[in-house]
Design a binder for this molecule. Structure first.
Ligand code: NAP
Ligand code: G4F
Length: 320
């Protein structure tokens, strides 16, 4: 039986990846940091199938112990301070977790189980102020936030460990991917939650920042399959994972409100507090390498993704 260690198990991607690996017959270990109250919402349904290991990405001792105890065949490093907006408010913390944390987990593997295959959750935020469109594996990075800068560090240290120690280490450059399990502060979920609360008479207005930003949004359930595929190849490599389509925040808002029979112009307020110090204006990925080499393609359309999230939040906010 193959064994996988997932960091970030309680997050959106950790929960979908754990489902996928359990379906494939893996023994799944999840690295979980201590919290005062449980934050199990995304993995409650898997609680008895995953073995949890206590640890923090900033604490090399805990990571080394986790790798020693589990002897994983595959390690998926999904843990991060992943909210771009907060990375300006907590730049040092973000660097420590999202950047240096990658070296900690790579060191734990190098010292304790060097043949474990490693996946690093890199991000399209590394392209930032994009120098070409669409963005592909060879597009130079120009990060625009402390989060983006930390991810560039995590990306290159992964490449460096592959080249220095001959480790099987891959970096997936994933574009935005969403789901009903998305954190509430990200724009998709903020919108779908608010739309349904407005529909139910529980909220009056929706305050947003830049409506013109463009993102390449896909479904998280599709994207975790690409992570797994990257670790099943003969040689480790880096891949862009994206839909190949881009949409504005305004389009997202229009579809979400329309789906419950409302006009967004009656409810959306532009609010400077949600405008970022530096913006990533457009992200549009070219997933052709992933299609050609991994046989991977995004399946859920943008419109269906938004509707799926609205339907889920409607049920949640009705208390169902
Ligand atoms: P998420 O929902 O924010 O989950 C992040 C996970 O990291 C949570 O389980 C969190 O645990 C854990 N974590 C945070 N700090 C930690 C620490 N110091 N030690 C150990 N665990 C820690 O993120 P996601 O959307 O699933 O994304 C997964 C990964 O992909 C992240 O690295 C993200 O940066 C990257 N990524 C995401 C996207 C996207 O569109 N979703 C795109 C590209 C890359 P708690 O529950 O305890 O907070
Ligand atoms: O949903 P967002 O916060 O996601 P963002 O910044 O693109 O980052 C996400 O995707 C990255 C991959 O490219 C991941 F690496 C990262 O971990 C995270 O998952 O914001 C999307 C866009 C931005 O342009 C933002 O300025 O929406 C715009 N926006 C407009 N109003 C807003 C809001 N974003 C948020 N969160 N809240 C608003 O009120």
């Amino acid at each position: 039986m193959k064994k996988a260690l997932i960091t970030g198990i309680t997050g959106q991607d950790g929960s979908y990846l754990a489902e996928l690996l359990l379906e494939k017959g893996y023994k799944v270990y999840g690295l979980r940091r201590r919290t005062a109250t449980p934050n199990f919402e995304n993995i409650k349904h898997l609680e008895n199938e995953i073995e949890f290991i206590s640890g923090d990405l900033r604490d090399l001792t805990s990571l080394t112990e986790a790798v020693k105890a589990t002897k994983p065949d595959e390690v998926y490093n999904l843990a991060a301070q992943s909210f771009v907006g907060d990375s300006w408010r907590q730049p040092i913390y973000t660097s420590e977790v999202t950047g240096l944390g990658v070296t900690n987990i790579l060191e734990a593997i190098r010292l304790s189980k060097r043949d474990a295959r490693f996946y690093q959750a890199s991000s399209s935020e590394m392209f930032g102020k994009v120098v070409e469109t669409p963005q592909k594996e060879t597009t130079p990075f120009y990060p625009r936030s402390p989060y983006g800068v930390a991810k560039v560090y995590g990306h290159w240290i992964t490449v460096n460990y592959r080249e220095s120690y001959d480790m099987y280490a891959c970096s997936g450059i994933l574009f935005n991917h969403e789901s009903p399990r998305r954190g509430i502060e990200f724009v998709t979920r903020k919108v779908t939650d608010a739309v349904t609360k407005i529909k139910l008479g529980l909220q009056d207005k929706l305050h947003l920042g830049n409506l013109d930003a463009k993102r390449d949004w896909g479904f998280a359930g599709d994207y975790v399959e690409a992570m797994w595929l990257m670790l099943q190849q003969e040689e480790p490599d880096d891949y862009v994972i994206a839909t190949g389509e881009t949409h504005t925040v305004k389009e997202l808002v229009e579809i979400a409100f329309q789906h419950v029979g409302l006009n967004y112009q009656d409810y959306v307020v532009q609010d400077p507090q949600f405008v970022r110090p530096a913006e990533v204006d457009i992200l549009l990925g070219d997933p052709s390498k992933a299609k050609h080499k991994l046989g991977w393609e995004s399946k859920v359309s943008f419109e269906d993704l938004v509707k799926m999230m609205v339907d889920s939040d409607l049920a949640k906010n009705k208390g169902q």
